[in-house]
Design a protein around this ligand. Structure first.
Ligand code: BMP
Length: 211
């Protein structure tokens, strides 16, 4: 089974479906974020599932009070999302509201430089929360493999480590897999390339070499 997740951050429905179809052979799942939901509507989740048969991760980074998190997550799971990404820093009650409805991924550290300002100082607390709640997985930064190793070492076995930041943000698949990532997330390096299928295939091969 592939360990590659496509971050399908385009606006247009047709383009999204085209890229998803031509890369599906090399993917484990497709991650849908706000740009695609704003551009194409929530029904794109249902369509992507129908066209590819792959799991869909709704990357909404929910960060609200429990009731609002619940209201949003309910509609997104009903649309067919298999996983929803939620922020942990808003507290256990908000995360639990999502977990009660379906499989959840908690952000414990982000991949951009600014993550060092506020998220990284509380990563240990977010790992503690993940260990207590037992979500499907956590988000950790492919741009900092040493942090992925650290997060993996503190996390209970069985909780998946999912890492964005490979490609456009400078992370490499082999480094982050070596550090202990279970899945890598790649967006621009695939959907902005001239041949998305070929780019997905190349990254898939790199991942396979480490599996
Ligand atoms: P790209 O490979 O084009 O940089 O895309 C990365 C994807 O992962 C984007 O959808 C982004 O919102 C998401 N992401 C991230 O880059 N860093 C994080 O810490 C968490 C994310 O969800």
């Amino acid at each position: 089974m592939s360990r590659l997740i496509l971050a399908l951050d385009v606006y247009e429905r047709e383009r999204a479906l085209e890229i998803a179809e031509c890369t599906a052979d090399y993917l484990w799942a497709i991650k849908v974020n706000w740009p695609l939901i704003i551009g194409s509507g929530l029904k794109i989740i249902t369509e992507l599932k129908q066209v590819t048969g792959l799991p869909i991760i709704a990357d909404l980074k929910l960060a609200d009070i429990p009731n609002t998190n619940r209201l949003i997550a309910k509609k997104v799971f009903e649309a067919g999302a298999d996983y929803v990404i939620a922020h942990g820093f808003v507290g256990r009650d908000s995360v639990k509201a999502v977990m009660e409805l379906g499989k959840t991924i908690i952000v414990v550290e982000m991949s951009h430089p600014g993550a060092k300002e506020f998220i990284q100082p509380v990563t240990d607390k977010l790992i503690e929360m993940a260990n207590e709640l037992g979500p499907f997985g956590v988000i950790a930064p492919a741009t900092r493999p040493e942090r992925v190793s650290y997060i993996r070492s503190k996390l209970k076995p069985g909780i998946k480590v999912i890492t964005p930041g490979v490609g456009a943000q400078g992370g490499t698949a082999s480094e982050v897999l070596k550090a202990g990532a279970d899945y890598i997330i790649v967006g621009r390096a695939i959907y902005q390339s001239e041949n998305p299928r070929e780019s997905a295939r190349r990254i898939f091969e790199e991942v396979e070499a480490w599996s």
